[in-house]
Design a protein around this ligand. Sequence first.
Ligand SMILES: O=P(O)(O)OC[C@H]1O[C@H](O)[C@H](O)[C@@H](O)[C@@H]1O
Length: 304
Amino acid sequence: MQDLETLNRLFAKEAKVCFVEGQTGMPIIEVSTKKASATIALYGGQILSYKSNGMEHDLFYLSDKAIYQQGKAIRGGVPVCWPWFGEDPSNLGRQAHGFARNLLWNVLDCQLHDDIAEITLGLESTATSKQWWPSEFRLRKKIVIGDQLDISLTTENRGEIPFSISKALHTYFLVGEISQTTVVGLDGVDYLDKTLDFSKHTQVGDITPFAETDRVYLESPAHVQIIDQSLSRKIDIEQSGADNIVVWNPWTRASLLNDMNADDYGHFICVETANALANSVIIASGASHQMQVKYNVSSTASSP
Ligand SMILES: O=P(O)(O)OC[C@H]1O[C@H](O)[C@H](O)[C@@H](O)[C@@H]1O
């Protein structure tokens, strides 16, 4: 593991990007520039918070009851589900959403230009990862923190044989009130509804969750929006290299989760950039696959 002193010596940039001890001693990257502030846990390579200059509220929900402990995923921010999304596809009893969110990532690079921070984190196959998944891989996550937030996740097959992965950037967007939140851009798109045994349906109109929502949208568009009337803001989500958008809100089942307050379901929505289920990706030996997403927040108060 890279210790804080080494991380700061190798990668810190002025007082704008530095490495500090977070909850339960976990290393955290703190970014604070003229354009934005953000925190990223090396555990899970997980962005925990992001605020561009002038934003009153964080872009992400992070649970007060999140558990910062080896083997547990941190509830909130942008967890990385990889090399599978959802339940163990082989039914071997392995952890849901893969292991990338439960391992410590390495810092590979850190740049700062014009108050835009570019941080690259990496995860590679090790004896630990091979307990769960035999493949030789290299995973790279580049996070560009400026007026908008840009995340790309690149999977490289370093082994001799092809492998198949599913994956998601499982983003928890903070919203003021779920009842005043709408996801726009999926009208007419087919989805599989996990709450109804993965049966197929077609979206009619925009989405305003009013009950447990757990859907994998198929052939998803490259651009969707979250309109949050209670915080008077709009979040533009632009994705590439991903076939699916997953929309999740546990609703009152939040009370069954030990790392979330029972009423927190009213204050976030997960809109996830994914390659899931039948849209898993096969990566040949030596090849790589990238998925990317950009988040841009603007005030609806100033919109025409
Ligand atoms: O509790 P987690 O393992 O983090 O999963 C949280 C949720 O993630 C995704 O959005 C899935 O579609 C849901 O079915 C799942 O409940």
